[in-house]
Design a protein around this ligand. Structure first.
Ligand SMILES: [Zn+2]
Length: 339
């Protein structure tokens, strides 16, 4: 009978433990001591086997065999474990993260400033509504300026025609939007009701870094925040000019404009508000507590064609008015009497 381990005429005990004890009629019984390995097929006895036998390291021997067995079972076990799907080709490779180093935060370059978010107003103020390109924020050391600014060049009416602002106004987007809505929805229909079309808006002032009413040291004007517009007139396509503070302009027209702007803007200042607004109408959208609005614009009656304090011209055939002045005769008589 051939000893079961005789089939293990292979070199390397540690790596071929299963071959030694797993094949043929190999018994499950482990020898208490390692048997003499027969020399077969002219192969040398592995030195490791000699060492094991010489030192009686049976425990190591068994562990080696067990490890060998587990390794052999590994392929089968791996086949049953679900593996992640292969990485798609189009997914960019993940750059290996460098281990953070002490002092990295000091060496790292300053972060790029974040791109300012586009405001909801800016998104809504499209070319269909106004020609109003964005301009850079103004940050004046005195406190003037603002963010989300535009240069309002023209308002686009529903039929595509443009009403120019002359000159173009520098405004915050919200104010520009309010002006555009006013022109599209109120001012343009008013011009049509007068038998013409609105052609332009006379811009007297928009952004200006100054105190209220141009008074030095006064509280910052809404003009300094790019939040206000001064209007002198609405110019019609037929050449007429609706000068808003002109008494010669029909009061009904001025009243319509007054009601319109006082509904849409939070501040309206015109003739009668103070001495600074006799020749233009100030509009802004300043926010106040409880949404308080300021609407100060007196619609003066037109001046009479003939000033009442001047007397009518005296007809040439009218009798001479009686006066208290003595006539020459009376004067001479009086003088004679006096003399
Ligand atoms: Zn003003």
């Amino acid at each position: 009978m051939v000893p079961f381990y005789r089939i293990a005429c292979v070199p390397g005990i540690g790596s071929s433990g299963r071959a030694l004890y797993g094949g043929g009629k190999a018994t499950k019984h482990l020898p208490s001591s390692l048997p003499e390995l027969p020399v077969c097929s002219g192969m040398p006895i592995p030195q490791a086997y000699r060492n094991l036998r010489a030192h009686g390291l049976l425990q190591a021997w068994v562990m080696a065999l067990a490890a060998g067995g587990m390794l052999a079972l590994l392929p089968a076990a791996m086949a049953s474990v679900p593996l992640p799907r292969p990485r798609p080709a189009e997914v960019p490779a993940v750059a290996p993260e460098a281990a953070p180093q002490v002092g990295d935060e000091k060496k790292s370059a300053p972060a790029e400033p974040a791109t300012p978010e586009v405001s909801a107003c800016r998104k809504s103020l499209t070319d269909d509504i106004a020609i109003a390109p964005s301009i850079a924020p103004i940050r004046d050391a005195s406190g003037c300026g603002g963010e989300d600014l535009v240069r309002l060049e023209a308002v686009v009416l529903r039929d595509g025609r443009r009403v120019g602002l002359k000159p173009a106004a520098t405004l915050r987007c919200e104010m520009a939007r309010a002006v555009a809505d006013w022109i599209r929805e109120d001012a343009s229909p008013l011009a049509q009701s007068l038998g013409s079309e609105l052609d332009a808006l006379d811009n007297f002032d928009s952004y200006s870094c100054r105190g209220r009413n141009r008074v030095k040291g006064a509280k910052l004007s809404e003009h300094g925040k790019a939040n206000a517009l001064d209007v002198r007139s609405l110019d019609l396509a037929d050449g007429r000019k609706l000068s808003l503070t002109d008494r010669a302009l029909a009061p009904e027209v001025r009243e319509k404009v007054l009601w319109s702007v006082c509904t849409r803007f939070t501040t309206v200042l015109g003739p009668g508000s103070d001495w600074y607004h006799e020749d233009h109408i100030h509009l802004d959208i300043a926010q106040r507590r409880n949404n308080y609005k300021l609407c100060q614009w007196n619609i003066y009656e037109p001046l009479p064609a003939t000033p009442p304090f001047l007397p009518a011209e005296r007809p040439s055939d009218a009798p001479a008015p009686a006066t208290s002045e003595p006539s020459k005769g009376e004067a001479g008589a009086a003088a004679g009497k006096a003399e």
